[in-house]
Design a binder for this molecule. Structure first.
Ligand code: GLA
Length: 372
C-alpha cells in the first residue's frame, strides 16, 4: 500500500505539479471568483486527437462549448436519426474535467438540415408540424443531457442588425412565438438548465433594442429565460469597450445573467464588409485582405493585447452579472476566422498561437486580473 518509496514519489509529483502550475498561471484561476473562463472545442479536441489543444483546455479553462458537435445537422441529421456519438464524448470530456458545460445550440437558421422545414413530398411544413418537430428535437437533445449540460443556447441569432426578427423559416412557418415555444420546450426538458438567448452585434444599440424588446416580451409572458449571450465576435476597431459595457449593463438591468459566449478579436482587414458574424457572408480572396501570412507584426500583436485587456476590464466591472467569458477556439490555427468571410486567410484572433504558445494577449488578460 503506502510504502516509504511511494510516499516520497507522491510528494515529488505533487511538488512538480505545484511548481508547473505556478510557472504557468491559469486564466481560470485568475478569474475563479469572477466568472467561468470558457472555450469552444472542436471534434479533434473532444476525441483526444489534439493533445496539445486538450492540455491547454484542461489547464486554462473551466467551461466548454461545442463548436459544432451539438448543432442540429450533427445530432439530428435525418428525421428519424439522431447521432450522439460526438456529443456524448463532449459531455463526458466536460464532466471528467469538472467543467461548466454549455449546449450550443437548439434553434438556429444555419446548420439545420433542409428536411426540418419540409415534408416527405418536399412541401413546406405547416406551423403545427414544425412545432412538433422542434419539440421532439429539443426534448430528445436536452432530455438526453438533463442535469449534465448546465446551460443551453436555446435560440441563436433570431434578430437582424436593425433589431427586427430575422425572416428565417422558423419565423415564416411558425410565427414570432417560435422563440417562446423553444424556451418553453427546453425548460420542460430540463427545468434546472440555464436558458440563454444568443446573438452577435448586441453591442450595436439598434440591434440591442430589438433584443431587449424580445427579452421583455418573453419575461412578460412568463417564459423561462435566464441569460443573454453576447457572442463577442469583435474586430480591432469595433465595438468600443464602452459599447460592450453598455450592452452588458442593459441586459443585466433586465434581471438576467449575461455571458460572453464566442469571444475573438479579428485583426485582419474587414474592407468591404461591416462588423458582422453572419456565417453566410462570403468575400472574394484578395492578398490585401490577408496581410500577415508570415506572422503578426509586433505593433498589431500589442494592439490585440491592449484590446483584450480593455475588454476584460469591462468584464471584471460586471463580474456580478457575467456568468462566463468563452473564447471561440483555443489556438489561432483552429479559428473559424481563417476561413470566414474570406477563405484561406491567416488569422490571429485568440490567446494561443499556432504552436499553442501563449500570446501577449494572454499575459495582458492575466495582468488585468491582478490589477485589483
Ligand atoms: C456563430 C455561431 C457559432 C459559430 C460561429 C462561427 O456565431 O453561433 O456556432 O458557427 O458563428 O463559427
Amino acid at each position: 500500500m503506502y510504502d516509504h518509496q511511494s510516499l516520497i514519489l507522491g510528494a515529488v509529483l505533487v511538488a512538480a505539479a505545484f511548481a508547473s502550475a505556478q510557472s504557468t498561471p491559469a486564466l481560470r484561476d485568475a478569474y475563479r471568483n469572477d466568472f467561468y473562463i470558457g472555450v469552444a472545442i472542436n471534434a479533434a479536441q473532444i476525441t483526444g486527437q489534439d493533445q496539445r489543444g486538450d492540455a491547454l483546455i484542461e489547464s486554462q479553462f473551466d467551461s466548454i462549448s461545442p463548436d459544432n458537435a451539438l448543432k442540429w445537422e450533427k445530432v439530428h441529421p435525418q428525421p428519424d436519426k439522431y447521432d450522439f456519438r460526438l456529443a456524448d464524448q463532449y459531455v463526458a470530456f466536460g464532466e471528467e474535467h469538472h467543467m461548466f458545460i454549455v449546449g450550443h445550440n437548439l434553434v438556429w437558421h444555419e446548420q439545420v438540415p433542409a428536411w426540418v422545414f419540409h415534408d416527405a413530398q418536399g412541401n413546406l411544413l405547416g406551423r403545427d408540424a414544425l412545432l412538433a418537430r422542434m419539440r421532439d428535437h429539443i426534448y430528445t437533445v436536452v432530455g438526453r443531457y438533463k442535469g449534465r449540460i448546465q446551460s443551453w443556447d436555446v435560440v441563436n441569432e433570431a434578430l437582424n442588425d436593425d433589431g427586427t426578427l430575422r425572416p428565417s423559416l422558423w419565423l415564416k412557418i411558425i410565427g414570432p412565438d417560435y422563440i417562446e415555444k423553444a424556451f418553453q420546450y427546453a425548460h420542460e426538458a430540463d427545468p434546472a438548465a440555464q436558458l440563454t438567448y444568443n446573438d452577435y452585434n448586441l453591442e450595436n444599440p439598434v440591434k440591442r433594442k430589438g433584443a431587449i424588446a424580445l427579452v421583455k416580451k418573453l419575461q412578460a409572458e412568463g417564459i423561462p429565460i435566464d441569460a443573454v449571450g453576447i457572442q463577442g465576435h469583435l474586430v480591432l476597431d469595433s465595438p468600443t469597450p464602452e459599447q460592450e459595457d453598455a450592452a452588458i449593463s442593459a441586459f443585466a438591468a433586465l434581471g438576467l445573467k449575461v455571458a460572453i459566449t464566442e469571444l475573438d478579436i479579428d485583426v485582419l482587414p474587414s474592407v468591404g464588409y461591416g462588423p458582422t458574424a453572419d456565417v453566410s457572408l462570403r468575400v472574394r480572396q484578395d492578398p490585401k485582405l490577408n496581410p500577415y501570412v508570415d506572422g503578426l507584426p509586433d505593433s498589431v500583436q500589442q494592439q490585440l493585447a491592449d484590446r483584450y485587456a480593455a475588454f476584460f476590464r469591462v468584464f471584471l466591472k460586471h463580474r456580478g452579472a457575467l456568468s462566463r467569458v468563452t473564447f471561440w477556439g483555443v489556438t489561432d490555427a483552429q479559428s473559424w476566422l481563417n476561413n470566414w468571410p474570406v477563405a484561406g486567410r491567416t488569422s490571429y484572433p485568440l490567446l494561443f498561437d499556432r504552436n499553442g504558445q501563449p500570446k501577449p494577449a494572454f499575459q495582458a488578460i492575466l495582468g488585468v486580473a491582478s490589477e485589483r
